[in-house]
Design a protein. Structure first.
Length: 291
């Protein structure tokens, strides 16, 4: 089974490595040359797709997905007929529908399959996939999904459903991170010990997965990007765009988006998304430091 991977960042690189460890033959391409154990580098998107049974595209947004598939030297010019394209970027459902239709019209299968779990779970092959597409596409993609996923939610045949579910997920993820930062900063400003506060909340009803995962980054002052602030500027922007399209109010998501925008404006855009806490720290003259 030959797999091509476009996008070898923290997520795509981890997925490529997990696929290689599972015994798949993996070629990878990124605009920034990247070396991953077990993954053969390719010179272009076209080259990475040649001979591939499965093409995984893990890029930042819909424009990059479209360019990597259909642009000059794009993957579809080299992809064999009947191969499956797995699109795992977080993009609007309307873009997934449009791009998926073009891929299918070119004689390929398409799986709208965004993921959750972060870089560590990507490297361990333990991601959650929110996927929609035909039964044939799921069957063709199965070796890659088996290698990279702890859980695959099969959300039906309609391309775009996977992206819709991921959009809702990102609403909650972004709000939970911003709320965790706000809560921790309030506690420290009021005089609570940051690490004790964290331990209490982790053992009480107010906890969330994001709280338990991101607050340690704040406590340890470790803002090396696993998922950057700018990702949630983009993803919560996508959430708000979806709400505008549906004429659906999203005041809580909008407030969280403003906090990530504030963090990016303050120069923290390329830091870990937990750096949204620095907005509160600057305003209150505190530091959420558990060291």
């Amino acid at each position: 089974m030959q797999v091509g991977v476009i996008g070898l960042g923290s997520m795509g690189g981890g997925m490529a490595g997990a696929a290689a460890r599972a015994g798949l033959q993996v070629r990878g391409y990124d605009v920034r040359p990247t070396t991953i154990d077990g993954v053969t580098p390719a010179a272009s998107a076209h080259d990475v797709a040649e001979g591939a049974d499965i093409l995984l595209v893990m890029v930042v947004n819909a424009q990059q997905l479209e360019d990597s598939l259909f642009g000059a030297g794009g993957a579809l010019s080299g992809l064999p007929k009947g191969a499956v394209v797995i699109a795992s970027a977080t993009i609007p459902a309307s873009d997934a529908e449009r791009i998926g239709k073009r891929v299918e019209e070119a004689g390929h299968l398409f799986l709208d399959a965004p993921v959750s779990g972060g870089a560590a779970r990507a490297a361990d092959g333990e991601l959650t996939f929110m996927a929609s597409g035909s039964e044939e596409a799921f069957a063709k993609a199965a070796p890659l999904l088996d290698a990279c996923a702890a859980k695959v939610f099969r959300l039906g045949p309609t391309i775009g459903t996977g992206s819709t579910v991921k959009t809702v997920h990102q609403l909650l993820a972004g709000v939970h991170i911003a709320a965790a930062a706000e809560a921790m900063a309030l506690g420290v400003r009021a005089g609570a010990d940051a690490r004790e506060l964290f331990e209490v909340i982790c053992n009480a009803a107010g906890r969330s997965w994001m709280f338990e995962n991101r607050v340690p980054h704040m406590l340890d002052r470790d803002f090396a990007p696993r998922s950057a602030v700018e990702i949630f500027v983009k993803d919560l922007g996508l959430v708000l765009d979806t709400g505008r399209h549906l004429r659906f109010p999203l005041p809580i998501a909008a407030s969280a988006h403003q906090q990530f925008l504030a963090a990016a404006a303050a120069g923290f855009g390329q830091e870990d998304d937990a750096a949204v806490v620095k907005v509160y720290e600057k305003l209150a003259g505190i530091e959420v430091d558990g060291r």
